[in-house]
Design a protein around this ligand. Sequence first.
Ligand code: G16
Length: 538
Amino acid sequence: MADAIAAAAAKHPPAEKVKYQYGTAGFRMKADILDSVMTRCGLIAALRSRSLKGRWIGVMITASHNPPEDNGVKLVEPMGNMLAEDWEKLSTQMANLQTPEEVSKFYHETATRLKIDRTAPARVVIARDTRASGARLLACTLEGLKGAGAEYKDFGFLTTPQLHYLVRCFNTEGTHQEYGKPTEVGYYEKMGNAFQRALKGKEAAGSLTVDCANGVGGPKLTQLIKYIPKEALEIIVVNDNVIKPESLNVDCGADYVKTNQRAPPSSKAGPNDRCCSLDGDADRVMYYFKDANNVFHLLDGDRIATLAASFLGDLVRQCGLADSFKIGVVQTAYANGASTQYVERDLGLQVVCTNTGVKYLHHAAEKMDIGVYFEANGHGTIIFSEATLDKIAEYEPRNPGQAQALEVLRACVELINQAVGDALSDMLLVEVILAHKQWSCNEWLATYTDLPNRLLKVKVTDRGLFQATDAERKLVKPEGVQARIDDVVKKVRQGRSFARASGTEDAVRVYAEAATRAEADDLANKVAKIVETAGTLP
Ligand code: G16
């Protein structure tokens, strides 16, 4: 075994002078320097599975919203969650070892230290998005899996959430927590079925145009549509060109729409047409429309969270279960201040703020009976605690009204991907809610008024210089920078701004919001300038 591990690592030496880091969503960088990382992630995935006595671990090869020349890899825990933090550290250590012998030694020493039975089975589910580099990186990963003697199932192209779904299905098969059939078709059947049950005869008003970022979400949504009756919802798929991988996320997709606060230039949507954009691996979704005056309006992750929280709150009340569960909302610093205020004041629900990265939001939501978590960028889902699920399953309604609401609630539980944020599942949930409320995007938008905001990306010499605290709302390093930011913020009406190093791109992100568009833009530019000056080494 020791030799097989060293032999696998020897095939792909690490790139020179590169520091690898398991970041916000795994390793993510230019695809041409990732080969060694992939092989080692294969080894780590096998070891992680052995540490859990052969439970299935997921490996997803994707760089999600990043440009086409990037790629990456994220590892998935047995219930479909993000990799445990101590294993992120082990992955980073493994990725930065220089020689094959060091890799083998690290593998064995880790196994000994953590008392992992090296003869235990190792089982891994693997999939990738549609990037051109994906096939090569898959081969590198398989070398690692084979080197460690792991059993694996390669599902080819999948969205990231589909991979998470499969991992959870494999690990819960035959148990009382059985999540679904562990096949791609099983995913579509579950979604299609739950969607129709949740609609309960209601129909979506008008069609929905879905921009698939020219990524894996395109062909997968086309499959899913076969399980959704056109009478219930007509879906128009655009930007689904996966034959041209260089077009992935270019001038389209959720990240483009959120950052630029405009529809993709290719959009042919007319006034009041309901549209949404997925990102490159379909784990984020962003809604938007142009009103009768051709003004663009964004309905982002904050809006999905507030819509879902209020709908679930109503449903739980209609079921007669209002006193049984507390619904909470988890956000990050990017959440618009108006959305936080709306949740706390109008919906009367608790809001928790965490670091960026769905793993942090997920953990915070796990502490709630019903935890609605969304990043403003459209990444999120809703999770129900074990006790909540049991109560919903066992509850006996006392009248027909309660029975009806309970049916919808149970269907929503099925529709919502509880493993991870899932653009397709979130999108269908939004459609269910709008259909029940008989709302267009206009009514949804009218629930509260966003503070004008701006998100900027600043290139610096070394983003590692920027260290944040307080849910990444304050910089502790470089010294003195936060005081300069505070200084400009306090001069702006309803001003709020922060800067933090991205964990997926080589940049520092700056967010600003203020009473007016001009003030928000001006504040963002000023803070970006402060960051640029502090981050540019002579
Ligand atoms: C990933 C993470 C998200 C995070 C985003 C941006 O999304 O899963 O939680 O918000 O990166 O992170 P950062 O600001 O650190 O670059 P995705 O969709 O790219 O996998």
